[in-house]
Design a protein around this ligand. Structure first.
Ligand SMILES: O=P(O)(O)OC[C@H]1O[C@H](OP(=O)(O)OP(=O)(O)O)[C@H](O)[C@@H]1O
Ligand SMILES: O=c1cc[nH]c(=O)[nH]1
Length: 169
């Protein structure tokens, strides 16, 4: 793997991408009273928090955060959630992660909601790569990035946003 790190998005650009995704979520859900934003830990959850903060400032609806932890157990992922999935009945859920690559992580995240009569489930990622192994797409993307499979996208997000960056290595 190459040792070179190429800056794809800086802190300001990440902010712009998240603002745009938040406006797209707003337009898609204008008539709602509350939406649920489910972040996949760790970085999807961080992005979900950022989106909630932006939406709280611009949207007529409220947003509630949900967290999904996907624990690796040999070749499968076990979902641990911090909410009662029945709370999502008849609600709009936005599933958020930092990177969409093969689609496996989002697929496990989506599976959490399969047995609940949701109103609508949408996905949002900061970086959408081009190496899907599963037919999983994203409704909202910060950037669609053409990469070669041996490359890796690193999303760095810190608490106050000062060190935020996306690198390709
Ligand atoms: O579409 P996929 O091929 O599933 O890849 C996307 C996932 O990969 C990364 O997490 P990773 O599995 O590297 O775990 P980490 O959160 O421990 O870094 C990233 O945060 C996504 O969740
Ligand atoms: O490039 C990649 C692929 C999977 N997960 C990441 O975080 N980056």
């Amino acid at each position: 793997m190459s040792e070179k790190k190429l800056l794809i998005l800086n802190q300001h650009q990440i902010e712009q991408k998240l603002d745009r995704i938040a406006y797209q979520i707003l337009e898609d859900n204008f008539d709602e009273q509350e939406i649920l934003i489910a972040g996949i830990l760790p970085r999807g959850n961080h992005i979900a928090q950022r989106l909630k903060t932006i939406l709280d400032g611009i949207a007529p609806f409220s947003s509630r955060l949900l967290s999904i932890e996907l624990e690796k157990q040999s070749s499968t992922l076990q979902a641990k959630i911090n909410f009662d999935v029945q709370e999502c009945s008849n609600k709009v859920v936005i599933l958020v992660d930092d990177v969409l690559n093969s689609g496996k992580t989002l697929a496990y995240g989506l599976a959490v909601f399969l047995d609940v009569p949701l109103k609508k489930l949408r996905t949002a990622v900061l970086i959408d790569r081009n190496h899907k192994s599963f037919p999983v797409t994203t409704d909202f993307a910060g950037v669609a990035l053409s990469t070669v499979i041996k490359e890796h996208v690193d999303v760095v997000l810190d608490e106050d946003g000062q060190e935020d960056a996306v690198y390709l290595r």
